[in-house]
Design a binder for this molecule. Structure first.
Ligand SMILES: [Zn+2]
Length: 472
């Protein structure tokens, strides 16, 4: 139980600027009286959060970010602080309208270095805010933590907005060794233009219909002898969470022998803070839309349906799943499926155990669907599972955001850890093997099994210059 005194002590620790960069705040609570109005949900999701006296929940990082802004407004200088905000995207050119005029700085030379240094590796981070973490998956396992800004687009700038370096950070979230004068700089990084090897994702924050990119601009200092410096940006939003997942997918694409099936040269647009709209119930749900007149690149929309207060962007597996639909569609098209349909009268094989406040009831992990629908949902789950699991391991976990009715009829409340490695054969064991129908959970395990790296004859998810596919 986290009482008020303990919460206050966490708050004080957060407000101690010296510890910001070095200490992760974890508040473990057991869902006691302060949460009495909350619906049943795993208490693990409250790690890293402060329970206010009125029962509302605040992220420690939000408090710190606010404090940083207030300190800066009070003229206390920028050292150790983060500026953040949203930059507009020009609708015609799709270029970032920078909040300040970036201009190239003269390249430093040995002569111009105030204190010659051998070189410094500058690393960026994103502050994440996920709740489907720590269930046995291998990556992004902390709920509220700094993670490397893998493959993020970034600039190193000074007070005059001169930039000393621009490009994409590497899979460790770093620039690689640079020559910089001693002094204070800022790592200006944005959520669009996340890329590696001509594979690109743009994570947008849709603000009243307008596309924006979220930027953070933490300061860092290069001193004589500095070899590696990490900039911590105290800010999080839906575009940042989605950028983190995109960077993770790019990193796994490089690290996994089987790849992630990303079509080179395609601008994968990820629109956050925007639900799918009419046609989905509730319309605030996330979805993927194929290329069309209004969305020429296609798009993932990461919606705002709150699952017990935690919107879709807080669920990294949901983001990975929707990106999975996108990657597979651009690579090989969507299968014909005629809708999810095929609802089963058997309660273990339908979605009646929850209402739409948890998300749509069109389909769920265990529902009987027409085979085509079950397959493409299972394929999207595969991408989510591959994004956050090392496939050379003999296990895999997919964490689901909708309630699950287990075989003994107990309802498991989200986040629900689903075994993506060991076949349950749900359709056959629970649903009476209906002809022409399948269950997405079964297909997820099937796809994971045939592509997982611990198998001696694993198939790959290639992404060559021609549209490709799962090689089955
Ligand atoms: Zn889906």
């Amino acid at each position: 139980m986290l009482d008020r005194a303990t919460a206050q002590s966490y708050l004080r620790r957060v407000l101690d600027a010296k510890r910001w960069a070095s200490e992760r705040i974890r508040a473990d609570c057991d869902g006691g009286p302060l949460l009495s109005s909350a619906r049943a949900i795993s208490t693990r999701v409250h790690q890293g959060r402060i329970i206010e006296e009125n029962g509302s929940i605040t992220n420690a990082a939000d408090v710190a970010a606010r404090a940083a802004q207030e300190a800066m407004a009070a003229g206390k200088g920028r050292q150790g602080l983060t500026q953040f905000g949203r930059a507009r995207i020009d609708p015609a050119t799709r270029a970032i309208v920078h909040p300040f005029p970036l201009k190239p700085a003269p390249a430093p030379t040995t002569q111009s270095l105030a204190a010659p240094i051998p070189g410094v590796n500058v690393c960026g981070t994103w502050l994440t805010d996920f709740i489907d973490t720590g269930w046995g998956e291998d990556f992004l396992t902390n709920s509220n933590a700094f993670e490397p800004a893998m493959h993020a687009q970034a600039w190193i700038i000074d007070d005059g907005w001169n930039f000393y370096w621009s490009g994409n950070l590497n899979s460790q979230g770093c620039t690689g060794t640079l020559q910089l004068n001693t002094g204070t700089y800022y790592l200006y990084q944005v959520t669009t233009g996340i890329g590696r090897d001509n594979k690109w994702f743009n994570s947008y924050y849709v603000d009243d219909g307008e596309l924006t990119t979220t930027y953070i601009q933490p300061s860092f200092t290069v001193s004589s002898g500095t070899t590696t410096v990490t900039a911590f940006g105290w800010y999080n939003d839906s575009a940042i969470n989605t950028a983190v997942v995109a960077g993770q997918i790019l990193a796994r694409d490089a690290a996994e022998a089987g790849g992630m099936g990303i079509t080179p040269g395609w601008p994968f647009d990820l629109r956050t803070n925007e639900g799918c709209g009419a046609g989905v119930d509730p319309p605030t749900d996330s979805c993927y839309k194929s290329p069309s007149a209004s969305l020429p690149n296609g798009a993932v929309q990461i919606g705002t349906t709150p699952v017990n207060g935690y919107t879709d962007d807080k669920w990294k597996f949901t983001i990975g799943h929707e990106i999975g639909h996108y990657l597979s569609d651009i690579a090989m098209g969507m299968p014909q499926h005629g809708g999810w349909g095929g609802d089963s009268p058997l309660e273990l094989c339908a979605c009646g155990h929850y209402d739409t406040s948890w998300g749509n009831q069109a389909h769920c992990m265990q529902s009987v669907e027409w085979s085509g629908a079950a397959q493409f949902e299972g394929l999207a789950h595969l991408y989510g599972a591959r994004a956050f699991n090392r496939t050379s391991d003999g296990d895999a976990i997919f964490v689901y955001y909708k309630p699950f009715r287990s075989a003994n009829w107990t309802i498991w409340w989200p986040p629900v850890d689903i075994d993506a490695f060991n076949p349950l054969q749900w359709r056959n064991t629970q649903c009476g093997s209906p002809a022409g129908h399948g269950v997405e959970m079964d297909w997820m395990v099937f796809y994971y099994e045939i592509t997982q790296g611990s198998s001696s004859d694993a198939t790959t998810i290639e992404d060559g210059s021609v549209p490709l596919t799962v090689e089955i």
